[in-house]
Design a protein around this ligand. Structure first.
Ligand SMILES: *Cc1c(COP(=O)(O)O)cnc(C)c1O
Length: 417
């Protein structure tokens, strides 16, 4: 079979359903009616409306947490989580290097120092051991990312951190209804705070938006204040009890998000069904590692992660991704261009002004610099092995068949190349 890049027929002609178009989203009449309801009410903000409060209650119940605070993005959701911890400038927060930059922005925005710990070579998530290796006297929190919807062993990380008074925040922007090992509770309810995103590319969307959950009434109150200028609305008094920003979700966004939350179980179940079909066909190809049952039932497949072993497959993940893209399946090898500890904003210390604050001492204990070699496993995953395929709740059997065909075609060609 001739590769599309060499003049052959592409495995896929029509674009797959995608998160950036209606064919790959669950937006429909329900969301239209919700938006109409809010616009007709004349109240588009949450302060005198009801939609955002209702969303918070409904999402907290669905996830299994006591409190929820809505905000304007996943990054905002993380920012108010870190802000609620009341860190001192220069305190350290441990983060993973394979994530969205929003995870790290939340730390920097609190004048705290992100400390990168390495990841598990199969999941790309932090581990209890990698976190323990980075704990210092200044460590105050860890942000655990459930990458691609695959669960980190967050209970083990909590067990490492809690005795030391270190808080655990779960970044669940890619992990709605993910079930971490060791129990049946969802990701976002196992640490102290869980953060979710409603941005366009996530499982459910309102364009942008964030949701932060916690069991702790005191953290919830601090987060609510932080997202609304430190203003205690319930007292009716125009005063400001603490520093905050305006991260208020609008009622228009919240009304759409409420409808999306109702569809969440269906979205995740559909993605698991796609993953089951992909793994049944791709799981046997030498040199490709995929998620298999029973792990599929705990994963929520924001993307469908594969790991490629170049020594077995015969080509590297960049070449494999380029060939897939030529076959009509757009794929980014490694997920990121580089792990987050190596982005220019950090390596060139472009944060506040030109002095490197808060990575400088003081306020940090030591001058912090980021460099290649800090997290070798994450660097090899991004640079050599990670090959995430698209996954979407609207994939039909024909879409899955084309995806499998494209991967199998390139895999067979690579074996003879
Ligand atoms: C998308 C994402 C974020 C940021 O969410 P936004 O809504 O885009 O601000 C943070 N962390 C992870 C792991 C993400 O995937």
């Amino acid at each position: 079979m001739t590769l599309a890049s060499q003049g052959g027929t592409p495995a896929r002609i029509q674009p797959l359903p995608d998160v950036n178009d209606a064919r790959g989203r669950t937006l429909g009449e329900e969301e239209i009616a919700a938006a109409r309801r809010v616009i007709e009410s004349g109240t588009l903000w949450r302060v005198t409306g009801h939609e955002a409060s209702l969303l918070e209650g409904e999402f907290a119940e669905l996830i299994g947490s006591r409190h929820c605070v809505a905000s304007t993005s996943g990054t905002a959701a993380l920012h108010l989580a870190v802000a609620a911890l009341g860190l001192e400038p220069g305190d350290e927060v441990i983060v993973p290097p394979i994530t969205d930059f929003g995870t790290v922005i939340a730390v920097l925005a609190c004048n705290a120092v992100p400390i990168f710990a390495d990841v598990d070579p199969e999941t790309g998530c932090l581990t209890a051991a990698s976190v323990a290796a980075r704990i210092t006297a200044r460590t105050r929190a860890v942000i655990v990312v459930h990458l691609f919807g695959g669960p980190a062993d967050v209970d083990a990380i909590v067990n490492t951190c809690r005795p030391r008074g270190i808080r655990v925040i779960e970044d669940c922007a890619q992990a709605y209804l993910t079930v971490p090992p060791g129990g049946s509770g969802y990701a976002g309810t196992r640490g102290d705070i869980g953060c979710f995103s409603l941005q366009q590319s996530k499982h459910i969307t309102a364009g942008d938006g964030g949701l932060t959950v916690t069991e702790d009434v005191d953290l919830a109150r601090r987060m609510r204040l932080f997202a609304d200028k430190g203003w205690p609305r319930e007292t009716g008094e125009r005063t400001h009890l603490s520093y905050g920003v305006n991260y208020r979700m609008t009622d228009l966004t919240a009304a759409v998000a409420r409808e999306q939350v109702r569809k969440l179980h269906g979205v995740v179940e559909a993605r698991r069904a796609v993953a089951r079909a992909l793994s049944a066909s791709l799981g046997g190809l030498p040199g490709l590692t995929v998620v298999k049952d029973p792990a599929i039932e705990r994963h929520s497949f924001w993307l469908y992660p594969m790991l490629l072993d170049q020594a077995v497959v015969g080509i590297d993940h960049h070449r494999f991704a380029a060939e897939l893209t030529a076959e009509g399946i757009p794929v980014t090898a490694g997920y990121l261009v580089r792990p987050v500890h190596l982005v220019p904003a950090l390596t060139e210390r472009r944060i506040f002004g030109s002095h490197g604050f808060p990575l400088t001492s003081p306020p940090a204990d030591r001058d912090v610099h980021y460099a290649a070699g800090d997290c070798p496993i994450a660097e090899s995953m991004v640079g050599e092995t990670l090959l995430p395929l698209p996954c979407n709740e609207r994939f039909e059997p024909g879409d899955v068949r084309d995806l499998v065909h494209a991967v199998a075609k390139i895999h067979a060609w690579a074996a003879t190349a």
